[in-house]
Structures are given as C-alpha cells and as structure tokens.
Design a binder for this molecule. Structure first.
Ligand code: SF4
Ligand code: SF4
Length: 293
C-alpha cells in the first residue's frame, strides 16, 4: 500500500522523540543531585532516544583507540630506578616516518665524552601541523610515544603555544595505562614486562649470564674432615682444620671469580670495540687531513 513506508519511518522518529524525554525524566533526579553516572549511562548503548551533549559542561567519553596529538612516555615519579626518565632513545624513527614532518629531535650527548647517548636532549612537535595519524606511535620501537586523548588544545597564540617541547609532551607511564589499559597490557605482553624494552633486555642478559655462570663446571670440593670433640683437638688436628678452612675460602674465591668472569669479559670486549673505533676514526681524520693538504 502506498504511504505505508512513510508512516513506518515517522513512527520510528516519533518513538525516538518520546524516548528522549522518557530517558531524560528517568535520570532527572540523579542529575540534579550531581550524579555523574547518569551522563555515562546516557552515552551507553543501553540508552534510548536522542541525546544532546551540553559541551563543554558535558563531554563524550572517547574510545580507547582515539588518537590526538602524541605525548612522550616517561617513567613515573616514584619509579625505583629511573624516576621521570624518558622512554625515548632519540632513535629518530618517528621523525622519519611522520608524513608532514612535524617532529624535531635533538639527540643527547655525554657531557664528558661528547658521545651520543640514548636520550633526547630536545623533542618538539608542531601540533598545528600534526595530523594525528598515529604513525609515530605505530613505528616507535620503544613504545615511547603514544597518542593522547586530550583534544582541548585551542589557544589564542599559536606561535608560542603550539610548538610542544619535551616538557609539554612528557607524561608518566601510569597516565598511558589509565587512558589505554587494554593497549598498554597488550604492549607489555609483547615486550615481556611492564618495564622499558631496554630494561627488560638488560635484566634478561644478566639472568642469562648468571645461569651460564651457574652451569659452568665448579672446582673439586675440598676433602671432608671428620668432626672431633672440641676438647680433644690436638695441634695437628687444628692445623688440618685451618687448612680445610683455607681450601674452602680458596674454592669460594674461584667460584666468585668464575661468576664475575662473563662481566669482566664483556667489559673487556666493549673496551676493545671502543679502542678499535677510536683507531678507525683517527685513521679517517688523518686521511681527510692528508686529502685537504
Ligand atoms: S621512535 Fe620512539 S624512541 Fe625513537 S625518537 Fe621517536 S619516540 Fe623516541
Ligand atoms: S601523529 Fe602523525 S603527523 Fe602527528 S607527529 Fe605523529 S606521525 Fe607526525
């Protein structure tokens, strides 16, 4: 029959219209008493009818995967080993993959040796250029940059306020766990723990070295001396006892050295690598000077 579809459509619209007021009336008392769960329920899928959000007094909850301007992850202030430490190693990958090229990083350097260190000395993002694509967060191998949920960044002065530096970009790791609990848990599982990837790697290395040292063959145990009554201890027996104690101490020292050996070897290898690198650099400099001369 002609017109039936139109009537059905109007019926749906009318039902939504009525439900809007029914839902509002249902939560009116609690809303007047300042119960914020009314707003949460009104945003949920169980709610019916049309709903107008009274922004900025009311704000819609954003989904966990929502992404706005990135922030830099830092250790929490109460972290036992590295409080407030940046997770960023200034590898520069995010700056390379950023499509509009709005990330600028200055790599940190050791004040004494002047060698680069895995920390950013400066980190800037021009938030007027950032298009919130999330590539930086996607590609960061250290989980050090994440997309934020805070979308209220408008200001009257874009020249001063919209270039975010390290101080403005830095947020504690616990913040990331709060805004994206599922994603943070997935990432921690993939990393093998809640710590920074480098910390996890270092701990694993130490555990492997300790396991290796424990598995290494140990020196033969000293011959056991039969215990005798204390009062009957003669001079040769005392000497034997002293010698046994000395042998035990020596065995203990050998064992400790065997455990420390991998660390010493590792340090020696590192020193050797640095020495070779210095030699190569000196050779290069000499060749360059020769070429210039
Ligand atoms: S990719 Fe990650 S670790 Fe590398 S510079 Fe960017 S934020 Fe830092
Ligand atoms: S979100 Fe996209 S545009 Fe913004 S800084 Fe990251 S990579 Fe660049």
């Amino acid at each position: 029959m002609y017109g039936l579809g139109i009537l059905k459509g109007l019926g749906v619209t009318f039902r939504h219209f009525i439900n809007s007021y029914v839902e509002d009336l249902r939560g009116a008392g609690a809303k007047l008493l300042g119960d914020e769960t009314v707003f949460t329920r009104r945003q949920s899928l169980d709610s019916e009818g049309i709903y107008t959000v009274q922004y900025p007094d009311e704000k819609l909850a954003v989904p966990e995967r929502f992404r706005f301007i990135p922030f830099l992850v830092q250790e929490d202030a109460d972290h036992p080993d590295r409080p407030g430490h940046d997770w960023c190693t200034s590898c520069g990958i995010c700056a390379k993959v950023c499509p509009p090229q709005c990330i600028w990083i200055v790599r940190g350097e050791d004040p004494v040796t002047k060698r680069p260190i895995p920390e950013p000395e400066a980190f800037f993002i021009d938030i007027d250029i950032c298009m919130n694509c999330g590539y930086c967060a996607e590609f960061c191998p250290f989980d050090a940059i994440k997309m934020d949920h805070n979308y209220e960044l408008a200001s009257y002065d874009r020249t001063q306020n919209h270039i975010y530096d390290k101080q403005k970009l830095g947020k504690p790791f616990s913040y990331w766990k709060t805004i994206a609990p599922t994603t943070a848990a997935e990432e921690a599982e993939a990393r093998g723990g809640w710590e920074h990837p480098d910390v996890i790697k270092e701990k694993k290395k130490q555990a492997d070295a300790a396991a290796k040292a424990a598995a290494a063959p140990k020196p033969a145990a000293p011959a056991a001396v039969a215990p005798g009554p204390v009062a009957a201890t003669s001079e040769p027996a005392a000497a034997a006892s002293a010698s046994t104690a000395a042998t035990a101490r020596a065995a203990e020292t050998v064992e400790t050295q065997a455990q420390a050996a991998p660390v010493v070897d590792e340090e020696a290898a590192k020193a050797e690598r640095l020495r070779k690198r210095e030699e190569a650099l000196a050779r290069k400099r000499a060749e360059k000077e020769k070429g210039n001369g």
